[in-house]
Unconditional design. Structure first.
Length: 285
Protein backbone atom coordinates (compact mmCIF):
# COMPACT_ATOMS: atom_id res chain seq x y z
CA UNK A 1 0.00 0.00 0.00
CA UNK A 2 1.13 3.52 -0.72
CA UNK A 3 -0.15 6.23 1.59
CA UNK A 4 0.00 9.85 0.39
CA UNK A 5 -0.36 12.30 3.29
CA UNK A 6 -0.79 16.00 2.45
CA UNK A 7 1.96 18.16 3.94
CA UNK A 8 -0.60 20.94 4.39
CA UNK A 9 -3.03 18.72 6.37
CA UNK A 10 -4.17 20.05 9.74
CA UNK A 11 -3.95 23.28 11.70
CA UNK A 12 -3.35 26.42 9.67
CA UNK A 13 -1.45 29.36 11.12
CA UNK A 14 -4.61 31.15 12.34
CA UNK A 15 -6.11 28.12 14.05
CA UNK A 16 -2.82 27.15 15.70
CA UNK A 17 -2.47 30.73 16.91
CA UNK A 18 -6.02 30.68 18.34
CA UNK A 19 -5.36 27.35 20.09
CA UNK A 20 -2.07 28.65 21.55
CA UNK A 21 -3.84 31.81 22.77
CA UNK A 22 -6.59 29.71 24.43
CA UNK A 23 -4.07 27.35 26.08
CA UNK A 24 -2.14 30.32 27.42
CA UNK A 25 -5.35 31.94 28.69
CA UNK A 26 -6.34 28.68 30.42
CA UNK A 27 -3.13 28.93 32.46
CA UNK A 28 -3.48 32.65 33.23
CA UNK A 29 -7.25 32.95 33.80
CA UNK A 30 -8.49 29.49 34.79
CA UNK A 31 -11.71 30.83 36.34
CA UNK A 32 -14.58 32.10 34.19
CA UNK A 33 -12.90 31.59 30.85
CA UNK A 34 -15.16 31.40 27.79
CA UNK A 35 -15.02 31.32 24.01
CA UNK A 36 -17.78 32.95 22.02
CA UNK A 37 -18.86 29.94 19.96
CA UNK A 38 -16.55 26.93 19.63
CA UNK A 39 -12.97 28.15 19.26
CA UNK A 40 -12.42 25.98 16.20
CA UNK A 41 -14.68 23.77 14.11
CA UNK A 42 -13.47 20.54 15.62
CA UNK A 43 -15.49 18.86 18.40
CA UNK A 44 -12.51 16.84 19.73
CA UNK A 45 -10.28 19.92 20.09
CA UNK A 46 -13.13 21.84 21.75
CA UNK A 47 -13.65 18.94 24.17
CA UNK A 48 -9.94 19.02 25.04
CA UNK A 49 -10.16 22.75 25.79
CA UNK A 50 -13.24 22.06 27.91
CA UNK A 51 -11.17 19.71 30.07
CA UNK A 52 -8.83 22.64 30.72
CA UNK A 53 -11.73 24.83 31.85
CA UNK A 54 -12.43 26.73 28.61
CA UNK A 55 -16.23 26.90 28.36
CA UNK A 56 -18.18 27.54 25.13
CA UNK A 57 -21.02 30.06 25.11
CA UNK A 58 -22.95 31.01 21.99
CA UNK A 59 -23.97 34.49 23.15
CA UNK A 60 -22.33 37.25 25.17
CA UNK A 61 -25.47 37.34 27.38
CA UNK A 62 -24.60 33.85 28.61
CA UNK A 63 -21.25 35.00 29.98
CA UNK A 64 -21.73 36.42 33.47
CA UNK A 65 -18.20 37.70 34.08
CA UNK A 66 -14.55 36.93 33.44
CA UNK A 67 -12.72 36.49 30.14
CA UNK A 68 -14.01 35.94 26.63
CA UNK A 69 -11.88 34.72 23.74
CA UNK A 70 -12.92 35.78 20.24
CA UNK A 71 -12.17 33.01 17.77
CA UNK A 72 -10.14 33.13 14.55
CA UNK A 73 -13.23 33.96 12.37
CA UNK A 74 -13.54 37.33 14.08
CA UNK A 75 -16.46 38.83 15.94
CA UNK A 76 -19.42 41.01 15.01
CA UNK A 77 -19.55 44.66 16.01
CA UNK A 78 -22.63 43.96 18.14
CA UNK A 79 -20.85 41.26 20.17
CA UNK A 80 -17.76 43.39 20.57
CA UNK A 81 -19.86 46.26 21.94
CA UNK A 82 -21.81 43.95 24.30
CA UNK A 83 -18.61 42.38 25.67
CA UNK A 84 -17.19 45.85 26.35
CA UNK A 85 -20.41 47.04 27.99
CA UNK A 86 -20.37 44.02 30.31
CA UNK A 87 -16.77 44.75 31.31
CA UNK A 88 -15.49 41.35 30.17
CA UNK A 89 -11.77 40.84 29.66
CA UNK A 90 -11.41 40.42 25.88
CA UNK A 91 -8.79 38.20 24.28
CA UNK A 92 -8.94 38.60 20.53
CA UNK A 93 -7.76 35.52 18.62
CA UNK A 94 -9.05 36.77 15.25
CA UNK A 95 -6.69 35.55 12.56
CA UNK A 96 -4.64 38.42 11.06
CA UNK A 97 -5.60 37.21 7.58
CA UNK A 98 -9.29 37.56 8.46
CA UNK A 99 -8.51 41.04 9.81
CA UNK A 100 -6.99 41.87 6.44
CA UNK A 101 -10.32 40.99 4.77
CA UNK A 102 -12.07 43.29 7.29
CA UNK A 103 -9.63 46.04 6.38
CA UNK A 104 -10.36 45.82 2.63
CA UNK A 105 -14.12 45.60 3.19
CA UNK A 106 -14.05 48.81 5.25
CA UNK A 107 -11.70 50.47 2.77
CA UNK A 108 -14.05 49.78 -0.17
CA UNK A 109 -17.05 50.88 1.83
CA UNK A 110 -15.38 54.13 2.85
CA UNK A 111 -14.53 54.89 -0.77
CA UNK A 112 -18.10 54.51 -1.98
CA UNK A 113 -17.94 51.02 -3.51
CA UNK A 114 -20.87 48.63 -3.21
CA UNK A 115 -19.39 45.47 -1.71
CA UNK A 116 -19.67 41.92 -2.96
CA UNK A 117 -18.39 39.17 -0.66
CA UNK A 118 -17.82 35.81 -2.30
CA UNK A 119 -18.71 33.41 0.47
CA UNK A 120 -21.31 31.85 2.69
CA UNK A 121 -23.61 34.47 4.18
CA UNK A 122 -24.23 32.35 7.29
CA UNK A 123 -20.56 31.79 8.07
CA UNK A 124 -19.44 33.68 11.21
CA UNK A 125 -16.54 35.26 9.33
CA UNK A 126 -18.84 36.78 6.69
CA UNK A 127 -21.42 37.77 9.30
CA UNK A 128 -18.69 39.56 11.25
CA UNK A 129 -17.43 41.45 8.18
CA UNK A 130 -20.98 42.53 7.28
CA UNK A 131 -21.67 43.79 10.78
CA UNK A 132 -19.07 46.57 10.42
CA UNK A 133 -20.68 47.89 7.22
CA UNK A 134 -24.11 49.41 7.28
CA UNK A 135 -25.31 49.04 3.67
CA UNK A 136 -24.72 47.96 0.09
CA UNK A 137 -23.28 44.51 0.83
CA UNK A 138 -24.18 41.41 -1.17
CA UNK A 139 -22.92 37.94 -0.34
CA UNK A 140 -22.79 35.53 -3.28
CA UNK A 141 -22.04 31.83 -3.32
CA UNK A 142 -22.37 31.14 -7.04
CA UNK A 143 -22.20 32.80 -10.45
CA UNK A 144 -25.95 32.43 -11.06
CA UNK A 145 -26.68 34.88 -8.24
CA UNK A 146 -24.63 37.56 -10.02
CA UNK A 147 -26.94 37.33 -13.03
CA UNK A 148 -29.92 38.09 -10.81
CA UNK A 149 -28.30 41.21 -9.32
CA UNK A 150 -28.47 44.66 -10.88
CA UNK A 151 -25.70 46.90 -12.20
CA UNK A 152 -23.21 48.91 -10.20
CA UNK A 153 -21.44 52.22 -10.71
CA UNK A 154 -18.61 51.26 -8.37
CA UNK A 155 -18.19 47.68 -7.22
CA UNK A 156 -15.64 46.21 -4.79
CA UNK A 157 -15.14 42.45 -4.40
CA UNK A 158 -13.50 40.44 -1.63
CA UNK A 159 -13.80 36.78 -0.62
CA UNK A 160 -14.34 34.79 2.52
CA UNK A 161 -10.81 33.65 3.40
CA UNK A 162 -11.56 29.95 2.87
CA UNK A 163 -13.33 30.29 -0.50
CA UNK A 164 -12.27 28.37 -3.58
CA UNK A 165 -10.08 30.53 -5.82
CA UNK A 166 -11.74 29.22 -8.99
CA UNK A 167 -15.17 30.33 -7.80
CA UNK A 168 -13.75 33.73 -6.86
CA UNK A 169 -12.31 34.12 -10.38
CA UNK A 170 -15.62 33.10 -11.99
CA UNK A 171 -17.61 35.60 -9.94
CA UNK A 172 -15.13 38.41 -10.63
CA UNK A 173 -15.34 37.64 -14.37
CA UNK A 174 -19.16 37.62 -14.30
CA UNK A 175 -19.25 40.92 -12.40
CA UNK A 176 -17.05 42.73 -14.94
CA UNK A 177 -19.96 43.19 -17.33
CA UNK A 178 -22.20 44.59 -14.63
CA UNK A 179 -20.10 47.41 -13.22
CA UNK A 180 -18.58 50.59 -14.58
CA UNK A 181 -15.71 50.59 -12.11
CA UNK A 182 -14.46 47.60 -10.18
CA UNK A 183 -11.83 46.95 -7.49
CA UNK A 184 -10.94 43.43 -6.45
CA UNK A 185 -8.96 42.32 -3.42
CA UNK A 186 -8.03 38.69 -3.26
CA UNK A 187 -8.57 37.99 0.43
CA UNK A 188 -8.46 34.21 0.09
CA UNK A 189 -6.04 32.75 2.55
CA UNK A 190 -2.94 31.33 0.90
CA UNK A 191 -2.99 28.36 3.29
CA UNK A 192 -6.44 27.41 1.94
CA UNK A 193 -5.32 27.62 -1.68
CA UNK A 194 -2.23 25.49 -0.99
CA UNK A 195 -4.28 22.92 0.95
CA UNK A 196 -6.86 22.65 -1.85
CA UNK A 197 -4.21 22.39 -4.59
CA UNK A 198 -2.31 19.68 -2.74
CA UNK A 199 -5.53 17.75 -2.08
CA UNK A 200 -6.36 17.87 -5.80
CA UNK A 201 -2.89 16.56 -6.73
CA UNK A 202 -3.18 13.68 -4.29
CA UNK A 203 -6.80 12.86 -5.25
CA UNK A 204 -5.68 12.52 -8.89
CA UNK A 205 -3.24 9.71 -8.11
CA UNK A 206 -5.05 7.63 -5.49
CA UNK A 207 -7.92 5.12 -5.51
CA UNK A 208 -9.34 6.22 -2.17
CA UNK A 209 -9.17 9.61 -0.51
CA UNK A 210 -9.78 10.26 3.18
CA UNK A 211 -10.52 13.83 4.34
CA UNK A 212 -10.38 14.38 8.10
CA UNK A 213 -12.10 17.18 9.96
CA UNK A 214 -15.16 18.34 11.88
CA UNK A 215 -18.49 17.87 10.09
CA UNK A 216 -19.20 21.47 11.09
CA UNK A 217 -16.01 22.72 9.44
CA UNK A 218 -16.77 24.58 6.21
CA UNK A 219 -13.22 24.35 4.90
CA UNK A 220 -13.14 20.56 5.48
CA UNK A 221 -16.49 20.13 3.70
CA UNK A 222 -15.15 22.13 0.76
CA UNK A 223 -11.95 20.09 0.71
CA UNK A 224 -13.95 16.85 0.64
CA UNK A 225 -16.19 18.20 -2.14
CA UNK A 226 -13.18 19.22 -4.27
CA UNK A 227 -11.58 15.78 -3.80
CA UNK A 228 -14.85 13.98 -4.57
CA UNK A 229 -15.10 15.71 -7.93
CA UNK A 230 -11.80 14.05 -8.87
CA UNK A 231 -11.96 10.82 -6.91
CA UNK A 232 -15.52 9.56 -6.21
CA UNK A 233 -14.11 7.29 -3.47
CA UNK A 234 -13.58 10.24 -1.16
CA UNK A 235 -14.70 9.93 2.45
CA UNK A 236 -15.03 12.68 5.03
CA UNK A 237 -14.46 11.43 8.59
CA UNK A 238 -14.01 13.13 11.95
CA UNK A 239 -12.02 10.48 13.80
CA UNK A 240 -10.18 7.18 13.21
CA UNK A 241 -13.14 5.22 14.58
CA UNK A 242 -15.19 6.06 11.47
CA UNK A 243 -12.73 4.54 9.04
CA UNK A 244 -14.54 1.74 7.19
CA UNK A 245 -12.64 -1.42 6.33
CA UNK A 246 -14.56 -1.82 3.05
CA UNK A 247 -13.15 1.43 1.67
CA UNK A 248 -9.68 -0.14 1.70
CA UNK A 249 -10.49 -3.35 -0.17
CA UNK A 250 -8.62 -3.67 -3.50
CA UNK A 251 -7.06 -0.23 -3.29
CA UNK A 252 -3.31 0.20 -3.16
CA UNK A 253 -2.99 3.98 -3.28
CA UNK A 254 -4.66 5.91 -0.48
CA UNK A 255 -4.63 9.68 0.06
CA UNK A 256 -5.06 11.55 3.31
CA UNK A 257 -5.66 15.21 3.99
CA UNK A 258 -7.33 17.29 6.70
CA UNK A 259 -9.06 20.62 7.20
CA UNK A 260 -7.51 23.67 8.84
CA UNK A 261 -9.03 22.94 12.24
CA UNK A 262 -8.03 19.27 12.50
CA UNK A 263 -5.50 18.61 15.30
CA UNK A 264 -2.35 16.66 14.41
CA UNK A 265 -3.14 13.95 16.97
CA UNK A 266 -6.34 13.05 15.08
CA UNK A 267 -4.46 12.90 11.76
CA UNK A 268 -1.86 10.56 13.31
CA UNK A 269 -4.59 8.32 14.74
CA UNK A 270 -6.25 8.07 11.31
CA UNK A 271 -2.92 7.31 9.63
CA UNK A 272 -2.27 4.53 12.12
CA UNK A 273 -5.79 3.14 11.66
CA UNK A 274 -5.46 3.15 7.85
CA UNK A 275 -2.24 1.12 8.12
CA UNK A 276 -3.77 -1.23 10.67
CA UNK A 277 -7.02 -1.81 8.76
CA UNK A 278 -5.24 -2.17 5.41
CA UNK A 279 -2.97 -4.88 6.87
CA UNK A 280 -6.09 -6.65 8.16
CA UNK A 281 -7.78 -6.44 4.73
CA UNK A 282 -4.68 -7.81 2.97
CA UNK A 283 -4.46 -10.72 5.41
CA UNK A 284 -8.06 -11.75 4.71
CA UNK A 285 -7.83 -11.55 0.92
S1 LIG B 1 -7.61 29.39 7.09
FE1 LIG B 1 -6.27 31.16 6.80
S2 LIG B 1 -7.57 32.87 7.34
FE2 LIG B 1 -8.56 31.10 8.20
S3 LIG B 1 -7.77 30.97 10.25
FE3 LIG B 1 -6.45 29.70 8.97
S4 LIG B 1 -4.74 31.06 8.42
FE4 LIG B 1 -6.42 32.35 9.16
Amino acid sequence: MKLFIAKSAGFCFGVKRAMDIALEAAKKFPKNLYTLGPLIHNPQAVEYLGELGVKVRERIEQIPEGTVIFRSHGVSLKDLKRAREKGLRIIDATCPIVKRAHFFAKFLHRHGYALLIVGDGHHPEVEAIRSYLNKRVEVVEDVRTIERLGHWEKLGIIAQTTQSFNLFKEIVAASLEKSKEMRVFNTICHATTIRQKEAVEIAKKVECMIVIGGYNSGNTQRLAAICKEIQPHTYHIETARELNLRWLVRVEKIGLTAGASTPSWIISEVEEEVRHKKAKVNKNL
